[in-house]
Design a protein around this ligand. Structure first.
Ligand code: 5CA
Length: 448
């Protein structure tokens, strides 16, 4: 993309309404624009990152054997009356009346809708296990939407639902989700720690939240510092292997790590003092096993092998896809702007032309742009007639991990400069070598 033809409405001033760094940078980098309280338009740069995150979530869900689908945003109130949650959900639910005076709502989550689909089409244990998921907009009329996409009213969520014939089978689905979530967050460059949590309006007492530690996080958390030493890494897990998934769950959840809702002072104090931590965190996901809560209320049963009819065991599992943009920025930025991990960066690298209009510099930039594009990479070429300082400031703000700087002086010696956004280190090399190096960095990911 050539910046002169793109839509990147960068702000010079720091917006006064933004209290945390991710919100400030998302506004300043022209990623989002508030439409009304807690509701945002996703401008091209923000939209690109949202899609990258969404893609990682899709890949990891499908790797775990979960099946993608799409349910609507608007739901009928009748289903929620069946489960009893129409009244329980309270003021967070946006209620709508259609022209025929029917009660509708903008879905805050989808347990009822998916249970309705299940009971209409599945009747036998032979069709299980089954996990369906979608990535769809949700609406919760939060009393205090704030921090930009962190606590929105409209937000983008991956929500998945497992259906199993027994509690044991459903717990395997729970463990499988835990494994796939660990992988997903790590691919985004995040450490998200599973912590014992509270079921809230979804229900169930078997639930973990995934928290990214950050001073600006909304949750207070308590943990044994040993949990931060754990990484999932490049493990090759067989998602059908009950024992393997169980072992990962045990490894990642056996140490003390809890949100304030489930915090137990006595247990916490049993941890050696030098490992006790109290901190703040951003909740980027939550998994639940709630058994037959919805299936019993809504009559979702299956026939077992011996012909009995039993309510199906369920759980639901959510990832805050839009919130993740904020979480990644909170975890990865400096005073100049965002520093995107390579896996979610909106463009693979920037090209900065120090002297737009100089025939040689223009030609070198065009050639770089074409070579990178031909390799399947997606560069952002700043071809505006702006001074170098302004171009660097924009690149630093929008956080592309790599920048190739091209100017007449370097070109005289046959070199351009390749700069890492994270370390700030620059290296001079021929344009061909710069292309090769950038291509190599993204090689394992270019096809994703
Ligand atoms: N039905 C279950 C699992 S699918 C559910 O709704 N879980 S949840 O309430 O925990 O939401 C899942 C994730 O969505 C949360 O972990 C959080 O990352 C994200 N989320 C929840 N509320 C908001 C909000 N107001 N703004 C942005 N993200 C949110």
């Amino acid at each position: 993309m050539r910046l002169s033809r793109y839509f990147l409405p960068v702000l010079k001033e720091t917006p006064s309404e933004a209290q945390i760094v991710s919100h400030r940078y998302m506004l300043r980098a022209g990623m989002i624009k508030q439409a009304s309280a807690g509701i945002y338009s996703w401008l091209p740069l923000g939209f690109k990152v949202l899609k990258k995150i969404e893609n990682i979530v899709h890949e990891e869900q499908q790797r775990a054997g979960h099946i993608p689908m799409l349910m609507p945003t608007i739901q009928s109130a009748d289903l929620w009356r069946e489960s009893g949650r129409y009244d329980d959900y309270g003021e967070e639910m946006l209620r709508i009346t259609d022209r025929h005076n029917r009660d509708m709502l903008y879905g805050p989550t989808n347990e009822e809708l998916i249970t309705d689909i299940f009971r209409a089409h599945v009747g036998s244990y032979k069709d299980l296990p089954l996990t369906l998921y979608h990535i769809q907009w949700k609406f919760r009329d939060e009393i205090r939407p704030r921090f930009g996409v962190m606590r929105g009213r409209e937000f983008y969520m991956k929500d998945g639902y497992n259906f199993d014939v027994s509690k044991d089978a459903a717990l395997h689905a729970y463990n499988r989700h835990l494994v796939s979530y660990l992988r997903s967050y790590e691919r985004m460059g995040l450490q998200a720690i599973p912590m014992r949590a509270d079921g809230g309006p979804i229900g169930g007492d078997y639930t973990h939240e995934f928290l990214v530690l950050a001073d600006t996080g909304e949750s207070e958390v308590f943990y044994d510092s040993a949990v931060t030493d754990l990484t999932f890494g490049d493990r090759d897990i067989d998602y059908d292997d009950v024992a393997q998934c169980q072992a990962v769950l045990e490894e990642f959840t056996s140490r003390y790590a809890r949100t304030d809702e489930t915090h137990d002072e006595a247990l916490f104090n049993a941890i050696p003092e030098d490992r006790r931590r109290t901190a703040r965190g951003i909740e980027v996901g939550q998994i639940f096993y709630f058994g037959t809560k919805y299936s019993e209320a809504m009559g979702a049963t299956v026939q077992t092998a011996d012909g009995k009819s039993v309510p199906v065991h369920m759980g639901s599992h959510g990832i805050g896809v839009s919130r993740l943009l904020g979480a990644i920025i909170e975890a990865s930025h400096d005073d100049k702007g965002i520093i995107w991990p390579e896996s979610v960066t909106p463009f693979h690298c920037g090209i900065v032309n120090l002297k737009q209009g100089d025939a040689e510099a223009d030609a070198a930039c065009d050639a770089l742009y074409q070579s990178l594009t031909a390799l399947g990479l997606d560069p952002l070429y700043d071809d505006r007639s702006e001074r170098a300082g302004g171009k660097f400031a924009t690149m630093d703000l929008i956080g592309l991990p790599w920048r190739i700087t091209v100017g007449p002086r370097g070109l005289k010696n046959g070199v351009v400069e390749l700069t890492s956004r994270r370390t700030g280190e620059s290296e001079e090399m021929t344009p061909e070598m710069a292309v090769e190096k950038v291509a190599k960095i993204y090689a394992p990911r270019a096809s994703m």
